[in-house]
Ligand binder design. Structure first.
Ligand SMILES: Nc1ncnc2c1ncn2[C@@H]1O[C@H](COP(=O)(O)OP(=O)(O)OP(=O)(O)O)[C@@H](O)[C@H]1O
Length: 268
């Protein structure tokens, strides 16, 4: 990244408070406070922060699934005011349609838009091949491993041809081995199919392995704490000196946020 280029996503003074009514009183949960963020075209941006700081809420706001309390979000210069096919989502649990084959799951978006069969089949096959699932077109999700299901979820997001893809801890439920494999896979896919990706993870190694830039978030109410441009050449070596020293620095940056001190006094 050279810091130039078109901005795909812009969050300006973004705030989100959830209000819940309980029997005794109205409760407020201020999750995001004045978050400012710009994400450039084809950038792989990782949101990294303490547990429960509001990472998923930020993605949901950008995806138009949740409304901000104040502030604005723009995608390609257009105000976000609801979900759109220009914004794809890959979830932690795959959220596939269990009654649909891999082909039908991947092609779901184009089919819903009325794209002709020959075209959606071609497009879906391209992404099925890209994620390494050639031969599994007619399989159903239940027959696939967790890693394979995530591949379907990724192919489905790409097949809709979005401008930006949000990935919410997509490998969080996978075993360590599969997770490493998927990190390599997603890197290959992203270098072949350039897209703006905003990726949430709690795993510092995953963040450094994948990111062009890591945005470290504060505790709740969350905002940007610090940003790191990751300029280590790809594919990255988890054991290199540069990787390890960055891991140390970013881990400390998150720990200093006070999560752990507060956790110690949680029951007082
Ligand atoms: N729809 C909602 N209604 C009320 N509160 C919500 C809602 N969605 C999220 N929250 C609250 O927002 C806070 C942040 O949750 P969120 O899931 O965004 O954090 P996170 O950083 O993604 O968590 P994790 O580290 O577990 O992935 C939590 O206190 C949660 O209870």
């Amino acid at each position: 990244m050279d810091g130039k280029g078109k901005i795909t996503v812009r969050c300006k003074d973004l705030c989100k408070t959830f209000y819940a009514k309980n029997r005794k009183q109205d409760e407020e949960n201020e999750v995001i406070r004045n978050l400012n963020l710009e994400v450039r075209e084809n950038e792989f941006l990782v949101l990294f922060g303490p547990g429960q700081c509001g990472k998923t809420t930020i993605l949901n706001l950008m995806a138009g699934l949740v409304e901000p309390t104040s502030g604005e979000i723009e995608v390609n210069g257009k105000k976000v005011d609801g979900p759109s096919k220009d914004r794809g989502m890959v979830y932690q649990t795959t959220a596939l349609f269990p009654w649909m084959s891999v082909m039908k799951n991947v092609s779901f978006g184009p089919r819903m838009q009325g794209v002709k069969k020959a075209e959606w089949k071609k497009r879906a096959q391209y992404y099925i091949d890209l994620v390494g699932l050639t031969g599994f077109e007619d399989s159903y999700p239940v027959k696939l491993s967790g890693g394979m299901q995530q591949r379907v979820g990724i192919a489905r997001a790409y097949c809709n041809d979005p401008d930006v893809i949000f990935m919410d801890e997509p490998f969080g439920h996978l075993d360590a081995q599969t997770r490493y494999l998927m990190e390599e896979e997603i890197e290959k896919i992203c270098s072949k199919e350039k897209r703006t990706v905003i990726f949430v993870t709690n795993n510092v190694e995953e963040a450094i392995y994948l990111a062009d830039r890591i945005v470290v978030l504060t505790d709740m109410p969350t905002t940007v704490k610090k940003e790191y441009m990751i300029e280590i050449p790809r594919p990255r070596d988890y054991t290199s000196k540069q990787f390890l020293s960055l891991r140390e620095e970013i881990t400390q940056c998150v720990e200093i946020s006070g999560t752990f001190e507060e956790a110690g006094h949680g029951d007082e």
